[in-house]
Design a protein around this ligand. Sequence first.
Ligand SMILES: [Zn+2]
Length: 456
Amino acid sequence: MKHLFFSFFFFCFFNLSAQNINQCGDRILKHQLENKYPGITEIIDKSFKSAKTKSPQKSAVLSIPVVFHVIYNKEAENVSDDLLHDQIAILNEDFRRLNENAIDTREIFENIATDAEIEFFLAESDPEGNATNGITRTFTERETFIDIEITDFLEIITECGFDFENPAVFDCILETLGSGLEIDEMKSAETGGVDAWDTNSYLNIWVVNVSLESAGAQQPFILGFAYPPTEAPNWPEGTIPEDIESKDGVVLHYQVVGRNNPEIGVLAGINDQGRTAVHEVGHYLGLRHIWGDGDCSMDDGIDDTPSASSNSQSTVAISMCSDLHIKDSCVDDLLPDMLENYMDYSLESCQNMFTKEQVDLMRSMLEGPRSGLLSNSISNIENTPSQNLVISPNPSSGQINILGVNEKIQVKIYNRAGALIMQTDKASFSIMSQPGLYFLEITDSNHHYFERIMIQ
Ligand SMILES: [Zn+2]
């Protein structure tokens, strides 16, 4: 079983093309963690199983406060506020199944594709309680947070082989890299990074350069990685490693943040939809790779995802999503490979869904080991369902009417990033803002209700 998660990009430098980009992963983290904390993977596995058995609450939107730590050496790495806001919007669209390409989900999977009812917003107060825009920016002397030279890496893969999907090859690479590969240094000021904000209360996302370097040239190496949740009560006494808590969160390579990233470079057409973050947050909330990181005998622990013998990038020549649709790598299974899933490695433009059981697991984790994230969120309000409360029209051109509320009403309107944009005590009002998704928090003596609304 694979327990730790990692989206990992090796470029085959001798023939750089989309087919030769290989995302491979979780074995590096597993290797390192097992070395430092023997038994940790078993503990995380227990947590996964126990979360699966809990049935999550339904019909409450769970919101997660996010802080981006942008750490840059060159101005190009100092990702703009606009891209970070777009990244939040992408997370919200994909986790709420409001993504434009949701219509591309094949019919065979339509019934199990679902809205996770999980949302994200930029933190409004920092750990000291000061107001914040949810973004920190820090200059670093470090040109990359991966400490391997391309030439050294090439030597290693020349020795071990290029077939990264082959476990023996991958293990050889890891053995040779040894413990010298530190991947968490962006998470500490002492090593040129930025310390996490309380990882129990915030989803920390470090945006950094994790390229391989050679004589000043850089190639993306890791696109992102994340630690899965751990269930503290399951941990043997004395072995809850404090530094894991300080490392919890998501790391994103600066070139894959948001859509229309001006620095996308060689990743254009492959990882250009801001979905590395969606995939990594999936890991952060407990999901595994959809192919189970192994052949048809390996599973991701989720019952409604089909088996697959590998990820969808490594076995089929990729140019269009329809090329990938032919892939059905495990014949015992009546379903084709679900390349639409965010936890595959398919082209990001082909990804468009989570399954119901994936959603159940993520929500269980969020209501269990990650419940600290929910405490200060604007929308973790227990909805009081009301048959007589109607918000119309929805979608709207801007004018909103709320029917069925009493006179003492208060309405707060938040944008997709979770910022309060207006409030009113009227049941009819106009939202004079750009088209997009907004959230209404409606309070009167009978209701405390949270609803999303689309302005066209
Ligand atoms: Zn992954």
